[in-house]
Design a protein around this ligand. Structure first.
Ligand code: PNW
Length: 466
């Protein structure tokens, strides 16, 4: 059993622009779909918006200092599209780009490697008004935006990610409607998935024309660790359908240049896939230098046995399904420990995913671009925040990473989600994922005990008891 992580292993933490920046109306930034969505009553718990968030836009230096204290070797952040290209088209906003230039310079000055995600869900509202991701044009707009950011930051950012979790953008955004833009149209969601794939490919092509040869290109997916509740054929079929819609819809075109035949036949009642044009999947299959995997919890499914499938799939029970074409699939709550998101704690799911891509994409380095947990953290009387459950979660998942490394997986790094407590999408500020506690009244930051634990792991490269 390996107990030490390889030298050079990247220890990082991640955030996303809309979740931490705030400053929603500064430097010419225009609304993104998340501004519109969160300002619409009833969409986000508590009516929370990202208008202020953690105030990171004005606390950049303090936050980079915190990262250095945590001994982070890398920081994964996203660029807000409407901050650097306010209309989603045309020239860049100087002010917006200056923020990211300054952030990257601060990181480099402290020896922290920046990992830049171009798209973490904040589509300029103007592009949504022109059709959003169901419109093919949006993929071309993304490629222009990628070029603009690549030109501005290519000389100092070595790790690039096109999209974060396109599954969430397509299916939570356009089918279930629980994420921005809040549409509920299964056909549109499948179109959106294809245009996100196309955006990834066109964006990667554009970046390659401006980035130095040693810059590394990746995408961050949230492949489902999906299990059948029993080995009965109906349950295995449910597993196959969910796997196609969650994972293979992205990985097959990206890694092999074709959509899975079973996905196409499963979704034929919804669409004929004529939005996929000749040559598209060749574009999507752009060579990658790493695959980013975001993992939180497993998914357990079975064939639905009645007309009311159990919707406890972690996507807002009672809402519409984010699985168009999955048929009658029941989602089950696995037994055991759960986080404040009500997601099961199951590190085996992470191990299984790492081994799956080790088999299916041999030679492709893997990076865990997100992993972490929300708990109901509260400061004690002295203001300290003790989060032993998060330490246990991180420890167990890093142990699974070590096991996968020992079994041959080429895992290059791990990014804790998240550096800071932040705007947790439809849950607003009610869910705390941070290693650092944020007091939303004052925006004061307090590293939790997990932050100190993680700093030690990052420094020593070893898992030690809390
Ligand atoms: C990811 N789901 O979101 C995102 O990349 C982060 O921005 C987010 O804060 C984090 O995970 C924690 O939720 C997800 O419903 C949101 O399956 C929803 C789901 C998965 C990931």
């Amino acid at each position: 059993m390996t107990v030490t992580f390889p030298t050079g292993f990247l220890w990082g933490a991640a955030t996303a622009a809309y979740q931490v920046e705030g400053a929603a109306r500064e430097d010419g930034r225009t609304p993104s779909i998340w501004d519109t969505f969160s300002r619409t009553p009833g969409r986000v718990l508590g009516g929370d918006t990202g208008d202020t968030a953690t105030g990171h836009y004005h606390r950049r230096e303090e936050d980079v200092r915190l990262m250095a204290e945590l001994g982070l070797g890398a920081y994964r952040f996203s660029v807000s599209w409407p901050r650097v290209q306010p209309t989603g088209r045309g020239p860049a906003s100087r002010g917006g780009l200056d923020f990211y230039r300054a952030l990257v310079d601060d990181l480099l000055a402290r020896g922290i490697q920046p990992m830049l995600t171009l798209y973490h869900w904040d589509l300029p509202q103007e592009l949504e008004d022109a059709g959003g991701w169901p419109a093919r044009e949006t993929a071309h707009r993304f490629a222009d935006y990628a070029l603009l950011v690549g030109e501005a930051l290519g000389d100092r950012v070595g790790l690039w990610t096109t999209l974060n979790e396109p599954w969430c953008s397509a299916f939570l955004g356009y089918a279930a409607g629980v994420h921005a833009p809040g549409r509920t149209d299964d056909e549109a969601a499948l179109r959106a998935a294809h245009h996100l794939n196309l955006a990834h490919g066109l964006g990667a092509q554009a970046l390659r024309t401006v980035l130095p040869a040693d810059a590394r290109l990746s995408v961050a997916l949230n492949p489902a660790a999906v299990r059948a509740r029993t080995p009965a054929p109906g349950d295995l079929d449910a597993q196959r359908r969910v796997d196609a819609l969650a994972t293979r819809i992205f990985t097959e075109p990206m890694l092999r240049g074709a959509y899975p035949a079973d996905l196409i036949s499963d979704t034929e009642p919804i669409t004929d896939w004529s939005f996929v044009r000749d040559g598209d999947t060749d574009i999507v299959k752009h060579p990658l230098d790493a695959l980013g995997i975001n993992y939180y919890a497993p998914t357990v499914v079975s064939a639905a046995t009645d007309n009311r499938p159990d919707r406890s799939d972690g996507h807002g029970a009672g809402g519409r399904s984010p699985w168009p074409g999955a048929g009658r699939v029941a989602f089950h709550r696995p037994p055991g420990k759960r986080t404040a998101m009500d997601w099961a704690v199951d590190p085996t799911g992470l191990y299984d995913l790492l081994m799956r891509f080790t088999r299916e994409a041999p030679g492709l380095p893997l990076i865990i671009t997100e992993n972490g947990a929300a708990y109901d953290d509260k400061p004690d009387a002295d203001g300290a925040v003790h989060d032993p459950e998060r330490i246990a979660y991180l420890h167990a998942h890093l142990d699974a990473v070590l096991r996968a490394l020992g079994d041959g997986a080429d895992v290059r790094g791990y990014f804790l989600w998240s550096l800071l407590d932040n705007f947790e999408w439809a849950y607003g500020y009610s869910k705390r994922f941070g290693a650092v506690y944020v007091d939303y009244a004052t925006l004061a930051r307090t590293p939790k005990s997990s932050a100190r634990w993680y700093a030690r792991v990052a420094r020593t490269g070893r898992l030690t008891p809390s």
